[in-house]
Design a protein around this ligand. Structure first.
Ligand SMILES: [Zn+2]
Length: 506
């Protein structure tokens, strides 16, 4: 088909309003926008679609995800609640998998949260069902994992192993390993690197990129702390070998920044569909004390700035956010900073934190699908006093912050429509509402999950509307946003995906 006319589509005019448009796509290129009438219609090769007011987007964006972890999670057993409701079910799932696997094969599980279950997982219980297969069970947060004795032996981890700078090897009172590891995923996946597992993950990268396109996600930021030059090259290889791939902004991990700088790569550097973004830094208090400390953190920020990279700092709790803001303030007071830094997650956003962060002018990347995945956990585990200040998007927007939306997949839900639902109806997967008065409108949500990424990117990557001369990148939803409110937002779906002028889904 040479000519495609899309009539009566609704597009986002700004954060609050919609407007009508007509779009003419010729040979996959946007030929004209907002025209009034069609002069000549060659009926043979022309298709005219009346969108009947349905919403047309230039693609979804995901400003924070983890491509490799997501791709490797596709190979893992899902042991998340409510799929697994107690320790017996967990052991059954693992035993079944062992029965169907050759000896020595790694059994990898994902989505585990001990606090959802009746009992505690212990090394004894796990070792009993698994003498010949190494087992690794990832916590749903991505910040912890549990391994059986064989797995630890295979990775040469013993009682004499040293803790990593920001991680913790858990030990009992006698110094014996308990099987738990906190914030050591980077080290553990490095140790696992030689194994076949890595290869399987890499194969999945292409599948993941294709899946993203099918979901209408055309722009992603990979915010993994272990992003190095090798990962950049692997992503580049996969994305260029595919006919359709999202544009990928890779955030270099702070420990790997030198590799990029030494190669002459810089913030905003582009190669095909890839771009280099902010430096990713993690502030974590999971091991009991905050790492890095204030001085180390401000040194990391200064170093990144010195090389022209703004930073993206992972900070969830009040303590983590406070130290992040203090470090930024220290750095800002010494030097000016040409680009705006971003804070990832920003979960416990108390009024004091909001005032402090606003003064510094940082941008925020938040993860609404956590409400859908974990709302029932938060209402039990986050102190009641603190709950109104968590996932408080209404307040953050009213305070004037620029927000971008990231799924944090595989730890959050990749689906942009789930992220939108979470912002609009604030419901978790069991139907409970979390912090309902922080809901935002569907048009605002849609704006944030599309145009929001521009605030945290090196350049404007999602345009206001389809622009003449560009390859057609279009997502058409099944409804006019004007007709949807929080009670029926879950009915929103994708009708059509057009990438680079080709219909992927219709
Ligand atoms: Zn993340």
């Amino acid at each position: 088909m040479d000519d495609l006319f899309l009539f009566n589509a609704t597009i986002l005019k700004n954060r609050f309003d919609l407007s009508q448009t007509n779009i003419h796509i010729k040979n996959g290129i946007i030929h004209s926008v907002d025209f009034d009438n069609i002069d000549v219609i060659n009926t043979q090769n022309t298709q005219i679609v009346d969108c009947e007011g349905k919403t047309l987007l230039t693609g979804f964006a995901d400003a924070h995800l983890h491509l490799f972890s997501y791709s490797s999670s596709l190979n893992q057993l899902d042991v998340s609640y409510p799929k697994v409701k107690n320790i017996n079910q967990l052991l059954n799932v693992i035993s079944n998998s062992i029965e169907n696997s050759p000896e020595d094969t790694w059994i990898l599980c994902d989505g585990f949260d001990e606090m959802d279950l009746d009992n505690q997982l212990s090394l004894d219980i796990l070792d009993k069902i698994s003498k010949n297969n190494p087992i690794k069970i990832n916590h749903r947060s991505g910040h912890a994992c549990f391994m059986n004795s064989l797995a630890m032996k295979k990775l040469s981890i013993s009682t004499s192993s040293e803790d990593y700078q920001r991680g913790l090897i858990d030990r009992d009172d006698n110094g014996n390993l308990t099987g738990w590891f906190f914030d050591m995923n980077e080290q553990i996946s490095f140790l696992l690197r030689d194994k076949n597992q890595e290869k399987r993950t890499e194969i999945n990268i292409s599948n993941t990129l294709e899946q993203l396109i099918h979901m209408g996600i055309f722009y992603i930021h990979d915010a993994s702390i272990n992003n190095d030059l090798e990962k950049w090259n692997i992503c580049l290889e996969h994305s260029s070998s595919l006919q359709f791939s999202p544009s990928i902004t890779l955030l270099p991990g702070i420990d790997h920044l030198d590799e990029f700088i030494n190669r002459g790569l810089y913030f905003g550097y582009k190669d095909k569909d890839m771009m280099l973004g902010h430096t990713k830094i993690i502030v974590s208090s999971i091991s009991g004390s905050i790492y890095p400390n204030l001085n180390q953190l401000s040194n990391q920020i200064s170093k990144s700035h010195k090389h022209g990279f703004p930073v993206a700092i992972h900070a969830v709790t009040q303590d983590e956010i406070n130290i992040t803001l203090d470090a930024l303030e220290m750095v800002y007071s010494k030097n000016n900073h040409p680009f705006i830094d971003r804070i990832e997650h920003f979960t416990e956003a108390t009024p004091e934190i909001i005032t402090k962060a606003k003064k510094l002018g940082v941008n925020l990347v938040v993860n609404p699908s956590f409400i859908y995945q974990n709302g029932f956990r938060y209402s039990q585990r986050i102190p009641k006093m603190l709950q109104p200040y968590t996932f408080n998007y209404r307040t953050l927007l009213d305070s004037g912050f620029n927000l971008a939306i990231g799924s944090d997949a595989p730890y959050g839900n990749l689906d942009p429509l789930i992220n939108i639902q979470s912002m609009v109806n604030r419901k978790d997967q069991l139907g409970n509402i979390y912090n309902g008065n922080q809901a935002i409108s569907i048009i605002e949500s849609m704006w944030l999950i599309t145009k929001g990424v521009n605030n945290v990117s090196t350049e404007e990557i999602i345009f206001e509307k389809p622009s003449v001369g560009d390859k057609a990148n279009i997502v058409i939803l099944n409804q006019n946003l004007q007709n949807i409110d929080h009670t029926n937002v879950h009915k929103l779906a994708i009708d059509v995906v057009i990438k680079d002028g080709f219909r992927i889904l219709s």
